[in-house]
Every structure is written in structure tokens, then in C-alpha cells.
Ligand binder design. Structure first.
Ligand code: SF4
Ligand code: SF4
Ligand code: FES
Length: 395
């Protein structure tokens, strides 16, 4: 047994009082969870502490909180582990971010998280005609979507999403990972419609700023940002969707500027994102309008020394030898046959141990598992993020 002090963020919107910190010291073995610590504090000192939980086994997704400033499942964080991140020897526990607090550590998931999940049509719209028995799905396709199927809807990624902080209407990491679950499913009939909807929405796939926060936050290795990047690639490259938000053009301009100059030429990025991937883009009406409306920001950047007039007019210079190396990387990647494009799925590697030694998976095994929709979690649970990667074909 050891003593741990918990500092809990308390808030009851109905009381009219401001939020405050509340400290309790509990006795538990160090390997017990932060959730058990909170429940002990509630049982021993204050029955009014609000915390939501159910499974206590990192499955139901109910106990999402922030521990020492980081989103986590309270039932999946050991007390000794939490102590390592405690600033002054006290474990600090707060409600998740980006969602209104209902009471103490309980946030309103319905107002934000579930609303956004409903936004992406979170069910399969099956192809017609419906086969007499079952849809046969390639094994690789199911491995690919298993990563997004592993989501337990805890909201940790939503809590830490920087884009959502700036734009609360952003569809967000969890809902977009859910969208990939259906865009990646060969049985779904509306890939193009789904992608077009998410690309054209100003709060959709191009609203993500690649901050990686959702990848760090997710306790299940879903890597929502990676799912968003897949949605973008499939939308732009495979379905040729050019979005009204200039997201696709922005990505093309970004990668081509780095290819041509070895480093990003920021001053060219804006006009090319709006006017197309050429030096002449700045004379296009869309780019001109955007440049004009950005003048106050550009002026401030110049005044604060973040941009210099010379830096804006001339591209950064990379030594020729280094530039050739950058170009070689591009040539290798761009020289690949599109049909042979591979993406790394870091979530699942190989087959279940039970199947090792068997003659290999039956070709229809994935199809049979797929029939249960999101129910095929056994495979997802056995795979751990960060294991050796499997190459899985993208669509
Ligand atoms: S990577 Fe994108 S979706 Fe993920 S937290 Fe950052 S902004 Fe949000
Ligand atoms: S993607 Fe991960 S962090 Fe986000 S809701 Fe699902 S399980 Fe939680
Ligand atoms: S109580 Fe179910 S995930 Fe923590």
C-alpha cells in the first residue's frame, strides 16, 4: 500500500459557483488505477465527486479524463505511472477538453463527440444487389479498417484536438476515423459521396492541421490523424475530388514546392494553394483575392521579422547536392505505379497466434469476420500499435 494525493477539478454548473481544486489522499497499491483512486476518494471522503465509469478495463471508453494535463483513461493509468508525470507530487485530474463539463470529471459527450460521429453517417450503406449469403471481403481490406474499428469512443482525441479548439465545428479526429472505417470498407456503396461530403465541408478533412495530438492521445492506437490522411489521399488521388476549401490544391502546392526547392517557399504557398500549382498562380483572381485579404497578416509578419521581403521574393536555397537528394526521393515515390501504392498499417501484424501453424488463414475468414460489422474486435485487441508493420494495399 502507498499513499497518493489526488487533486480533482470540481465544477457543478448548476451551483453557479466557479470551478475549484479539491485534494484527497488515498491508500492503494501503486499498480492500481487512477480510477480506483478516484472511487476510493468518493467512497471515503466525498460522495458527490462526479466521475463516469463502467468496465474498468479500458473497453467501454467511459472514464476519459485528463491526468496531469494529458488525456487518458482513468482505469488504464496506474497510480505509480501517473505519479511520474505529477508536477508537485500530486496527481492532477481534470475533465476532458473541448467538451462542456456536466459535473466535475464528467463531460457532455453527446453535445460534441456523438454529434460529430452522427455527422459522418456512421453505418454501412451496402452495395446492391445483396448477395444471397455474404459479401466476400479481401483480408487486407479488413485489416486496413480494423485500426479504426478499434475505437472505443472515449473522446480522448477530441479532448486534445488543436483544430477543434480553434474551430469547434471541425468534424474532429474520432468522427473522421469512423468515416474511414466505411470509406475503407469495400462493402460500402457510397465512398465517393462520403468523401465528397467530407472534402467540401469547410470543417471536414482539410480542417486538420496534422498536429499529431490525437495520435498521442488515443489509448487504442487508432491514429485518427492517419485515417484523416488516408481519407485525403483517397479523395484527391483516387476520386479526383477538388474541394472548395483549396485543401487538395494546398497539399499539391506544398509537396511540389518542396520537390522543386528542397524547402518550403512560404510566400509561394498561398497563391498556389488558391490559384493552382504555378508561379503565375498569384495573378489568378482567387489567389489575388486571398492575397489581398491576407495583407494585414503579411504586414504583421514582416513587422515582427517572421518574414523578410527577400525571403518572400526568393526561395530558400538548398545546396545543389542536397536538392538532388530530395529530388531523388520524389522520383522514387512518384515513379511508383499507382496501382502498387502501399500504405503502412502499423496496427495489426500477421495473424492471430492461434492461427500460426495452421495452413494459413482461409481466404474467406476475413469476410466471415466482417459480417459482424464492428464486432470483429478480437483481432483488434490482439494487435498492438507499434508492432512490426504490415504492408496493406490501399484503395
Ligand atoms: S492531427 Fe488533426 S485531428 Fe488530430 S488532433 Fe491534430 S488537428 Fe485534430
Ligand atoms: S480514436 Fe482513440 S482517442 Fe479517439 S475516441 Fe476512439 S479510442 Fe478514443
Ligand atoms: S471504465 Fe471503461 S474504459 Fe475506463
Amino acid at each position: 500500500m502507498a499513499e497518493f494525493t489526488l487533486r480533482l477539478r470540481r465544477y457543478d454548473p448548476e451551483s453557479g459557483e466557479a470551478a475549484y481544486w479539491d485534494e484527497h489522499t488515498i491508500d492503494l497499491e501503486p499498480h492500481r488505477s487512477v480510477l480506483e483512486g478516484i472511487l476510493q476518494a468518493r467512497a471515503r471522503f466525498d460522495g458527490s465527486i462526479g466521475i463516469r465509469c463502467s468496465c474498468r478495463a479500458a473497453i467501454c471508453g467511459s472514464c476519459g479524463v485528463r491526468i496531469n494535463g494529458q488525456p487518458a483513461l482513468a482505469c488504464h493509468t496506474h497510480l505509480d505511472q501517473a505519479m511520474k508525470g505529477a508536477r508537485d507530487g500530486v496527481i492532477e485530474i481534470e475533465p476532458m477538453g473541448n467538451m462542456p463539463v456536466l459535473k466535475d470529471l464528467i463531460v457532455d459527450m453527446d453535445a460534441v463527440h456523438w454529434k460529430k460521429v452522427r455527422r459522418v453517417t456512421p453505418w454501412l450503406i451496402n452495395k446492391e444487389p445483396i448477395p444471397e449469403r455474404e459479401y466476400i471481403v479481401p483480408h487486407e481490406a479488413m485489416v486496413d479498417v480494423t485500426q479504426s474499428m478499434a475505437c472505443i469512443q472515449c473522446g480522448a482525441c477530441v479532448s486534445d484536438c488543436l483544430s477543434m479548439e480553434v474551430d469547434p465545428l471541425f468534424i474532429g479526429p474520432a468522427a473522421l476515423a469512423k468515416a474511414y472505417r466505411f470509406v475503407g470498407d469495400p462493402r460500402d456503396a457510397q465512398h465517393s459521396e462520403r468523401l465528397n461530403d467530407l472534402a467540401q465541408d469547410p470543417h471536414g478533412i482539410y480542417d486538420c492541421t496534422h498536429c499529431f495530438k490525437c495520435i498521442e492521445a488515443c489509448p487504442k492506437g487508432v491514429a485518427p490523424m492517419s485515417q484523416i490522411m488516408r481519407l485525403r489521399r483517397i479523395s484527391g488521388r483516387d476520386h479526383g475530388i477538388v474541394d472548395a476549401n483549396n485543401g487538395e490544391r494546398h497539399e499539391i502546392a506544398f509537396t511540389n514546392l518542396v520537390r522543386d526547392h528542397g524547402l518550403l517557399w512560404e510566400a509561394e504557398l498561398l497563391p498556389r494553394s488558391y490559384g493552382g500549382d504555378s508561379w503565375l498562380a498569384k495573378f489568378g483572381p482567387a489567389a489575388g483575392r486571398e492575397l489581398l485579404s491576407s495583407l494585414p497578416v503579411i504586414g504583421k509578419a514582416l513587422l515582427r521579422g517572421k518574414v523578410t521581403p527577400m525571403g518572400a521574393l526568393k526561395a530558400h536555397k538548398l545546396p545543389d547536392e542536397d536538392l538532388q537528394q530530395v529530388k531523388r526521393i520524389y522520383a522514387t515515390v512518384e515513379g511508383r505505379d499507382e496501382a502498387e501504392r502501399y500504405e503502412l498499417n502499423l496496427y495489426i501484424s500477421g495473424y492471430d497466434e492461434d492461427m500460426e501453424g495452421a495452413e494459413g488463414p482461409p481466404p474467406d475468414a476475413a469476410a466471415a469476420g466482417a459480417q459482424g460489422g464492428d464486432g470483429g474486435m478480437a483481432g483488434a485487441e490482439s494487435g498492438q500499435p507499434g508492432q512490426s508493420p504490415e504492408r496493406s494495399p490501399s484503395r
